[in-house]
Design a protein around this ligand. Structure first.
Ligand code: SF4
Length: 510
C-alpha cells in the first residue's frame, strides 16, 4: 500500500468487480493502490467501530440468532461494509468492498503488536467472516472454489454406506442426510466438531454436513489470519519508521471509538471535598481502586498516578487542585514537601501540558488501560476486570455490595474476556438499571453517564418529593428512564455534591 495526501480520483468504470467478486474475502493480498491518509484513517476507524459493535452484540444476544443477525446487519449497513451478494451489483458495492479490504489490512498493522491485541482482532474478524459466509447462501461453494478451498463431497454410494452413522452422529434425520452434501476432511481440521461429537469420523476423516462447513472454513480463516498477524508484527519496525503512520497506528491500537475526554469543558467544576463520595457512586472499578489506594496508602506508583491523575483531570480537577490533592496525600505518606515538589509535582504539571513538550495528555481509554502496561506486584493501575485474579475480583465485588447473582454474571463476562461488558454490568447493578444504554469505552464516559443518571434521578425525586435513601434497591430493578429512585446513596454523599456537575452536564459535555 502507498499513501498520498490527496484523495485519488476514482474512475467510474472501475475494475473493482474483478478484484472483489464477493462481499467476503480471505484477505490474502494486501491492497497495492494509493490510499489517501484521510481514507486510511476513516476506513480504519469505521472498521474498528464495526468490530467493537460485534464484540458488544456477542454478549447481549445469542450469536447467529435472528435478533443478533438483524442487529449486525443494521451495523453493516450503517457503517457501509459489504455483507451480502447484491442481486444487482452496483459500482458503490465494489467501493465498499475496497474499503473492507483496505481497512482490514490497516487494522492488521495496528492490532498485530501484542498477543492481547491479536487475540481480540482475530475474535472479531472471525465473527465478521462467519456472518458474511452465512449470507453467501448458494454462493458459498463458488466462493470456496475461488479461494482454492475445494472440499470433496462424498459419492452417493459412500453416503448410502454410512448413512446410519451420519444420521446418528449429528442427530440429523435421514431426510436431511439425503438432502445435504457431505465432505470428507482430515479430522484434525474439524476438531471443534469432533469434540462435540457432531460428525462421524472414519479412518482419520471427519464427514462434515454442508451446514457445518462454515466451521471448517472459519478454522482456515483463523489459521491464515493468525499467521499473517505474526508476519505483520515482524515488519512493524519498518512501518513504524514512517512518521505519518506511526501515530495513526498507535492511536488505532489503543483507540476507543468515542468522545475525546479532554479537560477543556469541565475544568474546575468539582471540589476536592466531593471526590470521596464521587468515587463510591460514579467511579468505575479501576478508578475506585486507585482512589482507595491513595487514600489508604498515601502513595501510588507511576502507572497509578498517570491513570488516576488523568482521569481526575478529565472529570474536572484543575492543575492547582491536582497538586493539592496529590501533595496532601504524599505528605501524609511521609514524603517531605520539598521532595514532593522535586520528584512528583513536575510529572503532574507535565500531564497538564505545563512542562516538557507541553502536550495536553488526555485520560486513558478502556482499551489503553486493558491492553497496555499491565500492573506488576505493588501496582494498582489497570482494569480490575482484566488484571485481577478472579477470586480477588469476586471479593472486591462483594465489598462493593454487588449481589451474588450479579457477581456471577460479571465473572462469566470476565471469563469470556468481555471486560468492558463486565464493567457495563457493574454499572447496571450499581445504578439499579436494566440496560446501560451506551457502549462503554472510557472510564470518564462511565463517570459522566453515572452523573447524568444520578442527576436526572435527583431532579425527578425533587419533583415527586419522595426521597429514597437506599444505595441500590436490589429488589426493584427499573428501566433506565425510570430507574431513578434508588440511585442516590445519600448516606455517603453530601447534598451539595452534584451542584457543580449539574451545570457541567447541562452544558452538553456528555
Ligand atoms: Fe475501568 Fe474500562 Fe476496566 Fe471499567 S472496563 S474498570 S472503565 S478500564
Amino acid at each position: 500500500m502507498e499513501f498520498s495526501r490527496a484523495r485519488p480520483r476514482r474512475q467510474r468504470c472501475s475494475p473493482l468487480a474483478e478484484v472483489y467478486p464477493f462481499p467476503i474475502q480471505f484477505y490474502e493480498q494486501p491492497p497495492i493502490e494509493n490510499v489517501s491518509l484521510q481514507d486510511f484513517e476513516n476506513f480504519a476507524v469505521e472498521r474498528l467501530k464495526l468490530l467493537k459493535c460485534i464484540e458488544t452484540l456477542g454478549v447481549s444476544y445469542i450469536r447467529a440468532s435472528e435478533a443478533y443477525n438483524k442487529k449486525l446487519e443494521a451495523e453493516f449497513r450503517k457503517l457501509r461494509f459489504p455483507y451480502r451478494v447484491s442481486s444487482e451489483e452496483k459500482l458503490d458495492e465494489y467501493e465498499i468492498r475496497r474499503k473492507d479490504h483496505i481497512s482490514h489490512f490497516i487494522l492488521r498493522l495496528a492490532y498485530c503488536q501484542s498477543e492481547d491485541l491479536r487475540r481480540w482482532f482475530i475474535q472479531q474478524e472471525l465473527e465478521v467472516f462467519r456472518f458474511r459466509f452465512n449470507e453467501l447462501h448458494n454462493k458459498q461453494l463458488e466462493f470456496l472454489k475461488h479461494n482454492k478451498l475445494e472440499y470433496q463431497a462424498i459419492e452417493t454410494k459412500e453416503k448410502e454406506d454410512v448413512k446410519m452413522k451420519l444420521a446418528a452422529s449429528g442427530g440429523h434425520g435421514s431426510v436431511k442426510i439425503d438432502e445435504w452434501l457431505f465432505y470428507k476432511v482430515p479430522f484434525t481440521d474439524a476438531l471443534e466438531l469432533v469434540r462435540v461429537r457432531k460428525v462421524f469420523v472414519k479412518n482419520g476423516f471427519a464427514y462434515i454436513p454442508h451446514p457445518e462447513i462454515v466451521i471448517i472454513v472459519l478454522n482456515e480463516f483463523r489459521q491464515r489470519l493468525s499467521k499473517s498477524l505474526a508476519i505483520a508484527s515482524r515488519s512493524l519496525p519498518v512501518v513504524q519508521s514512517d512518521e505519518r503512520l506511526q501515530p495513526l497506528l498507535n492511536h488505532l491500537s489503543h483507540a476507543y471509538v468515542g468522545q475525546n475526554y479532554s479537560i477543556q469543558k469541565n475544568v474546575g467544576k468539582i471540589s476536592l471535598e466531593q471526590i470521596d463520595s464521587l468515587a463510591v457512586k460514579s467511579y468505575p472499578p479501576c478508578m475506585r481502586q486507585l482512589h482507595k489506594t491513595i487514600r489508604d496508602n498515601h502513595h501510588l506508583r507511576h502507572g497509578g498516578r498517570m491513570q488516576y491523575g488523568l482521569f481526575l483531570k478529565g472529570i474536572g480537577l484543575t492543575l492547582e487542585q491536582a497538586l493539592q490533592f496529590w501533595k496532601s496525600e504524599f505528605i501524609r505518606g511521609k514524603v517531605e514537601p520539598d521532595k514532593f515538589d522535586k520528584l512528583y509535582a513536575y510529572n503532574i504539571r507535565h500531564s497538564f501540558g505545563k512542562e516538557g513538550k507541553r502536550t495536553d495528555y488526555t485520560p486513558f481509554s478502556c482499551m489503553k488501560i486493558i491492553l497496555s502496561n499491565p500492573p506488576s506486584q505493588g501496582d494498582y493501575h489497570g482494569c480490575p476486570f482484566r488484571h485481577s485474579d478472579l477470586e480477588l475480583l469476586k471479593q472486591k465485588l462483594q465489598t462493593y455490595k454487588i449481589p451474588p447473582a450479579g457477581i456471577a454474571q460479571i465473572l462469566d463476562l470476565v471469563k469470556g474476556m468481555h471486560y468492558q461488558l463486565a464493567c457495563q454490568k457493574y454499572f447496571e447493578l450499581t445504578h439499579n438499571i436494566d440496560e446501560v444504554g451506551f457502549s462503554l469505552t472510557h472510564p470518564n464516559q462511565y463517570f459522566n453517564e453515572s452523573q447524568k443518571l444520578l442527576n436526572s434521578s435527583r431532579d425527578i425525586k425533587r419533583e415527586s418529593s419522595q426521597p429514597d435513601n437506599s444505595q441500590w434497591n436490589q429488589g426493584s430493578q427499573a428501566t433506565r428512564g425510570a430507574s431513578t429512585s434508588a440511585s442516590k446513596p445519600t448516606s455517603q454523599v453530601s447534598s451539595s455534591d452534584m451542584d457543580g456537575l449539574e451545570e457541567l452536564l447541562s452544558e452538553g459535555y456528555v
